[in-house]
Design a protein around this ligand. Structure first.
Ligand code: PEP
Ligand code: MN
Length: 343
């Protein structure tokens, strides 16, 4: 249920409604908008209905949330978009974010060079995996804690906040020391214990869509993070499996406007893992930015031909600045401004 408060409702009235919701064992999530406060009551619908919240002081309306996803639903924040702030860089609303860096942290030189180049080229955040979800257990699995240390050094040198993947809740502590955004990879989208752990960690979470997940499943996964009281979730479209074999995955561009209809959360697009091929990354990035994505997460490597993983899809670092300029112009078509310095 969604309890829409009157524009004139006082904080005491909001608190009274929250306490009433909690009194029946349900959870209350208040979303304080510029005009009105909306309180989501998550729990047994019949119990909440029996509370008679319509009659409470300050309550305008009680509306059922019809979708199975609640806290991520656009209904919870009518006419409003969530803006996630990472070290002063904004993502969502009119703010566009360019997250760039190598697939994986390979060495000090590779990581610091990539970070310097993408920072100079206008990136908003730096990406790089220290723990890598590889299809084969015999492939390179990431540098682990040593990789995290290199990411910290990249941040110290460039000031760029770090996006890095958490694959196992047992690595949460070291990841938290370095990450500014926790990435949950496509293969872990439905690892609900991990999602809840990431939700409790308190950092923004970039949640990638599973290889064959529907948008509703993606939003239900986001719900696991939001339910822990973490409202900073970035939804990421990264390509899905279709019958097409001419490229790696099919980038679902339609997901951008549809997710925005369904949810108030920012939508990020990963053209690199969708395409699997460098030549496709720029056109897909431009399309996504022009279609209203709130950001792009893209792989960039100083020497992609030498890369340990995903070499064929990583952009060459020396072309990054030119690429970033084009993406910025495409984002402007959708009315968005690149946010790459602390506000
Ligand atoms: C990644 O971004 O490093 C990655 C492995 O992507 P995905 O989980 O989308 O495959
Ligand atoms: Mn990769």
């Amino acid at each position: 249920m969604m309890i829409v408060m009157k524009p004139t409702a006082t904080e005491d009235q909001v608190q009274a409604v929250i306490e009433r919701i909690q009194s029946c064992g349900a959870r209350a999530h208040a979303s304080r908008g510029e005009e009105v406060t909306v309180i989501g009551a998550i729990g047994d619908r019949e119990h909440v209905a029996r509370l008679g919240l319509e009659g409470h002081d300050g309550v305008e309306q009680v509306v059922p949330i019809l979708k199975p996803f609640k806290l991520s639903s656009a209904q919870l924040k009518p006419g409003e978009r969530t803006v996630v702030e990472v070290d002063g860089r904004r993502i969502g609303g009119e703010h566009f974010s360019l997250i760039a860096g190598p697939c994986t942290v390979e060495s000090r030189d590779q990581t610091l060079t990539a970070a310097r180049i993408v920072a100079a080229g206008g990136a908003s955040l730096f990406r790089g995996g220290a723990y890598k979800p590889r299809s084969s257990p015999y492939s390179f699995q990431g540098l682990g804690q040593e990789g995290l240390r290199l990411l910290a050094e990249a941040k110290a040198q460039t000031g760029l906040p770090i996006v890095t993947e958490l694959m196992d809740a047992r690595d949460l502590e070291p990841v938290l020391e370095v990450a500014d955004v926790i990435q949950i990879g496509a293969r872990n989208m439905q690892n609900y214990a991990l999602l809840a752990e990431a939700g409790r960690a308190g950092l923004p979470v970039l949640l990638k869509r599973g290889l064959s997940a529907t948008l509703e499943e993606l939003l239900m996964a986001a719900e696991y993070v939001l339910k822990e009281g973490n409202s900073d979730v970035l939804l990421c479209e990264r390509g899905i499996r279709t019958f097409e074999t001419a490229y790696r995955f099919t980038l679902d561009l339609t997901a951008i406007p549809v997710l925005k209809e369904l949810s108030h959360l920012p939508v990020i697009v990963d053209p690199s893992h969708a395409a699997g091929r460098r030549s496709l990354v720029e056109p897909l990035s431009l399309a996504a930015a022009a279609a209203g994505a709130d950001g792009i997460i893209v792989e960039v490597h100083p020497e992609p031909d030498e890369a340990i993983c995903d070499g064929p899809q990583q952009l060459r670092a020396d072309g990054f600045a030119e690429y970033a300029e084009k993406v910025e112009r495409a984002a402007a078509v959708a009315g968005k401004v690149l946010s790459n310095t602390p506000a």
